[in-house]
Design a protein around this ligand. Structure first.
Ligand code: BDR
Ligand code: CA
Length: 305
């Protein structure tokens, strides 16, 4: 069991991931960030979801906008409130600062803390920018984001870019090009692990069923599929069953400008080039293949009530 700081822009699949984390790991704190929702809404959602699911973890308020880009409005895919507009939410949106919490926690427990990040990487980038001394003290960062084109799994916001990276490409590039050890769960694997609406009902978890109703209706209307990709929960799948993933080790960077803004690129050539944007970047662990049935089976076993 790892000690986690769980960094999230909490929408529907983030909430599923949080439920899995609570059942399999020790959550030191939940740090929130803008993304699926505004950061204040993310604070409220984290509190609401923890209350409904009996998860005991403190909530922190993180960054409200990207490092360098203008703020963009939240996606409405997860409902107006990010949790499928299923519940009244009167929780407060004020909370202690997330970035300082990350810095203080990593310093206090060197080499012990796993960061799980399932939204834009703005809090993580801010923490390592403000306190570079924590970089060698983080056990690992396990993140959902990016897309590398395996079997046609490229972007979901643009043909190049996945949502979490697209929202703050500068933060993602700074994190991935740093010396932090990162495990990346991109769309290449998350799009391969799907659950149906019927399977959500079979979990016998009324809160999870309620929050994904709108999301599933949207998917049915848009894709003709009453189901969803598990996306963010794959970070927990990796922690619980790393052997279910096929990985490559390569330095990864992010395009921050132009038509492919937000695209994640890995070094694929060993040929010498005149310029090398990967120089000095460590090889990260990139998941490009997954045993979807093994991950699904573990997901059901973890969450079934
Ligand atoms: C990512 O985008 C968000 O909407 C999901 O929560 C997930 O983190 C998938 O691209
Ligand atoms: Ca997310």
């Amino acid at each position: 069991m790892r000690t986690l700081i769980f960094d999230t822009d909490i929408g529907v699949d983030d909430a599923f991931a949080l439920a899995c984390a609570a059942r399999t790991q020790n959550i030191l704190g939940i740090t929130t960030v803008f993304g699926n929702v505004e950061v204040g809404q993310a604070v409220k959602n984290a509190r609401l979801f923890c209350d409904k699911m009996a998860i005991d973890a403190p909530v922190y308020r993180g960054c409200s906008r990207p490092l360098a880009l203008a703020a963009t409005s939240p996606a409405k895919l997860h409902g107006e409130d990010g949790l499928g507009d299923a519940f009244e939410n009167s929780w407060s949106d004020s909370a202690p600062g997330a970035v300082q919490f990350i810095i203080d926690s990593v310093r206090a427990q060197p080499h012990e803390i796993t960061l799980v990040a399932i939204g834009p990487l703005t809090n993580i980038a801010s923490a390592i920018n403000q306190a570079p001394d924590i970089i060698p003290l983080v056990k690992e960062l396990v993140m959902m984001g990016g897309a590398f084109g395996t079997d046609g799994h490229a972007g979901n916001v643009t043909p190049f870019s996945e949502f979490n990276i697209w929202k703050d490409p500068h933060a993602a590039d700074q994190v991935l090009a740093s010396m932090l050890p990162v495990v990346i769960l991109p769309l290449d694997v998350t799009h391969k692990v799907l659950i149906t609406g019927k399977e959500v009902c079979q979990l016998n978890q009324p809160v999870l069923s309620a929050i994904c109703r709108l999301y599933l209706a949207h998917s049915q209307q848009k894709e003709g599929f009453n189901g969803m990709a598990l996306h963010d929960t794959l970070t927990l799948s990796y922690l619980c069953q790393p052997d279910a993933f096929q990985v490559v080790n390569a330095p990864v960077r992010v395009i921050t400008e132009g038509i492919s803004r937000g695209q994640t690129v890995r070094r694929v050539t060993s040929l010498a080039s005149r310029e090398n944007p990967f120089a000095g970047c460590r090889a990260q662990t990139l998941c490009l293949g997954v045993d979807a049935e093994a991950v699904r089976a573990h997901f059901f076993a973890t969450l079934q009530a």
